[in-house]
Design a protein around this ligand. Structure first.
Ligand code: MGD
Ligand code: MGD
Ligand code: MO
Length: 687
């Protein structure tokens, strides 16, 4: 028997980007483990990714190209050869693009975060075709754009320095479920005497293990930050020197914050005034104090303003002076100058379609978060051409995009030509005309950066592609050849793409030897200011945005009283621990741990509706109806229900999932969906 170990990287949309060691016996991957030498991974993997062989060799893997034989959504397909599949896709795209290239829309997100299997050859292909551009907003753009407006980039603390913090605010993050390797450092800090505070409407497994839990109402984080500022001001817990030298615009925000007394803050947030006072005292008087902000808090209308307000806090108390103080929402901006995205994606190829002869204009941009509405739009001067073709890769929009009824109606359009590159027959693949089998991370080469740590990573293929599966890069290469795209870049193989992915400043020799390499970055990045803004200061007053304020939810008793009368419960839909968005829902051993789609509801709200624990319920609003099981208990706070996501519709109860209820209204900054800003009512279903 021949056994070898291959070094890889976890491709999933998770801040941890773990280093993997894959054991291969006679060409078959038998075990996937965490690399003990990679500091963030520290030899540990989450339950999901340690089951990688089960996902890879799943009997339902799509291993041949498929053509639809039944109605859209029926899941009836026949196998066809690669030649026939690619010829058909190329012919359809060529015909549509000849008339209206923007009628072709790529749809992709972070099924893999790899630089190659994400946007390299795919982006080249769509740029050369002249297809619509895609605004990739579905996850992080409210907080991301807000952070960039405030600090100048998506930059923050180094993950490993949290081990030395004395106070950690875990804010909008269920770290044990979705940022496990941060939690390891937080526990080290806890053992060394640090206090941990969790700020989350849901009593998560992370909240259980913190010293304190502040269960605020969804979408009130901006108010809480203003209330904390009030206390920092009146008690003079401010670092005046840091504020004067490294921020701009404090005077105007100071005035605003003085109106946010603990009582007013508490009333808006649905917590006690003492909770505001105590948190402010801890934050104002403990050094070093760190915030781990995560994207859970920005999926509401005011998510951008709230992110800005929270990001200002560490400047007010001078927390950045110490390497274990400050904040981390995303580290992805640190990689910006090391990533050769333009070389991989070649936006200049657009010129060949939209050059001077075409007036030099750019194609339109479709916002992925409003795909439900946009698929149903007709040609019009402000929208442009009706969407005629959709090419989906690395994403499962029918399950994950908001307002499912519209998304499903759009995908069900018989006149829409849909191609889906996938591992499995997801809800989206069920609506495809052609399904193309893609390789998994064990079968292809890739280069990764991270949004939760500061190591670049290399993923080597551990096994040969299963069946007839091909890497995304190869599929787009072959489509480009069929469309006659003759720019030499379309002949680049994956090795060539990998070599050009990162700048020469990254130690490629170390990357190749170890599979990972730490970026050369300062330890305490803003100890002396130096934010990557034009002035080098933290922009409390940001160009075009002004000074941040609390922005109430789209759907709340204050902003929509009539709606709240009919739908009195606020619903959030955070991730289930054993799924990753909608990935892994079809892995039986993981689905068995999750059991069934659940709605957590507080005992008082359940009693008022005659709902017993374990009973099947109907969760509804004007947009739709989701059927799931009630879990009655204290994980939900009064007035808020937690619909854990994101089930495949076809594996849920009555073919529904939680996005039946969410809407397509966007956030204040970043054009993102407000998944956790959603009013519903719940009723027991007769059993
Ligand atoms: N196991 C697992 N890990 C994941 C994911 C997954 O699906 N499963 N998803 C991955 C992805 S795509 C991302 S973007 C990352 C980060 O993804 P996040 O969405 O940040 O994931 P969570 O850490 O679960 O954080 C969400 C937390 O925010 C809370 N929350 C909801 N509304 C509010 C609010 O208004 N205010 C505050 N303060 N908290 C609120 C929720 O109750 C939940 O506990 O995680 C990644 N990791
Ligand atoms: N209600 C509600 N909705 C949400 C969220 C929420 O918290 N609540 N979270 C939102 C967030 S944070 C995000 S990031 C989005 C996530 O939305 P998506 O990015 O769509 O994530 P997944 O559901 O994990 O789907 C990824 C798909 O890519 C496929 N895939 C993986 N690797 C490859 C590959 O190499 N090639 C190809 N061709 N396919 C591959 C997987 O099989 C999987 O089906 O969902 C959002 N939707
Ligand atoms: Mo995400």
């Amino acid at each position: 028997m021949k056994t070898l170990t291959v070094r890889g990287a976890c491709p999933h949309d998770c801040p941890d980007t773990c280093a993997l060691r894959i054991t291969v016996q006679d060409g078959r991957a038998v075990k996937v483990q965490g690399d003990p030498d990679h500091p963030p991974t520290h030899g540990a993997l989450c339950t999901k990714v340690s089951r990688y062989p089960e996902r890879t060799y799943h009997p339902e893997r799509v291993l041949r190209p498929l053509r639809r034989t039944g109605p859209k959504g029926s899941g009836r397909f026949e196998p066809i050869g690669w030649e026939a599949a690619l010829d058909e896709v190329a012919a359809r795209l060529r015909a549509i693009a000849a008339r209206a290239p923007e009628a072709v829309v790529p749809y992709s997100y972070a099924g893999t975060m790899g630089m190659l299997q994400g946007e390299s050859m795919a982006a080249r292909f769509f740029h050369r075709l002249g297809a619509s551009l895609l605004d990739r907003t579905i996850c992080a753009s409210a907080g991301g754009d807000a952070l960039a407006a405030t600090y100048g980039g998506k930059v923050g603390m180094h993950l490993e320095h949290y081990a030395e913090s004395k106070l950690i605010l875990i804010w909008g993050s269920n770290s044990i479920a979705s940022n496990l390797h941060f939690w390891t450092f937080a526990q080290q800090a806890k053992r060394a005497g640090a206090k941990l505070v969790c700020i989350d409407p849901r009593r998560t497994e992370t909240a259980d293990k913190c010293h304190r839990h502040i269960a605020l109402r969804p979408g009130t984080d901006g108010a809480l930050a203003l209330g904390l500022m009030h206390e920092l001001i009146v008690n003079d817990w401010l670092d005046h020197d840091y504020i004067a030298r490294h921020t701009e615009g404090w005077a105007a925000l100071r005035e605003r914050a003085l109106a946010w007394t603990p009582e007013r803050t508490a009333a808006v947030c649905g917590i006690g005034a003492d909770e505001v006072r105590t948190l402010a005292r801890d934050y104002g008087t403990t050094r070093p104090a760190a915030i781990r902000l995560n994207y859970g808090m920005q999926r509401v209308r005011g998510g951008g303003n709230a992110t800005r307000l929270i990001a200002i806090l560490p400047c007010l108390v001078g927390a950045w002076r110490h390497r274990a103080g400050g904040l981390l929402l995303s580290a992805s901006g640190w990689f910006k100058r090391f990533r050769n995205d333009a070389a991989l994606q070649r936006p200049d190829l657009l010129e060949q379609v939209y050059g001077p002869a075409a007036g030099g204009r750019r194609p339109r941009t479709i916002n992925m978060s409003t795909i439900g509405d946009d698929l149903l739009r007709e040609t019009s001067p402000d929208f442009g051409p009706r969407i005629e073709a959709l090419v989906v890769y690395n994403s499962n929009p029918v399950a994950v995009a908001p307002e499912s009824r519209k998304v499903v109606a759009g995908f069900a359009r018989e006149d829409l030509f849909t191609v889906v590159l996938e591992h499995f027959m997801t809800d989206t693949a069920d609506h495809a005309d052609i399904v193309l089998p893609a390789t998994t991370q064990l079968e292809h080469l890739d280069v990764h950066t991270s949004y939760g740590h500061t190591w670049a990573m290399l993923n080597r293929p551990a096994i040969a592609p299963l069946g007839d599966a091909k890497p995304n890069t190869q599929i787009f290469r072959e489509l480009a050849a069929r469309l006659g795209f003759d720019d030499p870049c379309f002949a680049d193989d994956d090795e060539t793409l990998a070599r050009s992915a990162l700048s020469a400043e990254v130690d490629v020799a170390a990357l190749e030897a170890q599979g990972w390499v730490k970026l050369p970055l300062p330890e305490a990045p803003f100890a002396e200011g130096g934010f990557p803004t034009p002035s080098g200061r933290c922009q409390i007053d940001a160009p075009g945005l002004g000074v941040p304020d609390h922005v109430p939810n789209h759907e709340s008793p204050d902003s929509a009283p009539a709606l709240a009368g009919r739908y009195p419960l606020a619903m959030i839909s955070p991730p289930a621990r054993n799924f990753l968005n909608s990935t892994f829902v079809n892995v039986t051993s993981l689905r068995d741990i999750e059991g069934e789609p659940l709605l957590e509801i507080h005992p008082d709200d359940a009693a008022a509706r005659g709902i017993a624990d374990g009973q099947v319920v109907r969760v509804f609003n004007d947009r739709g109806e989701y059927v799931c099981k009630a879990s009655v208990g204290s994980r939900a706070r009064p007035g808020v229900v937690n619909g854990l996501g994101i089930w495949w519709r076809k594996l849920g109860l009555r073919g529904t999932n939680v996005n039946e209820l969410t809407h397509q209204k966007l956030t204040d900054i970043g054009r993102a969906p407000a998944f956790y800003d959603c009013l519903v009512e719940v009723a027991a279903l007769p059993s």
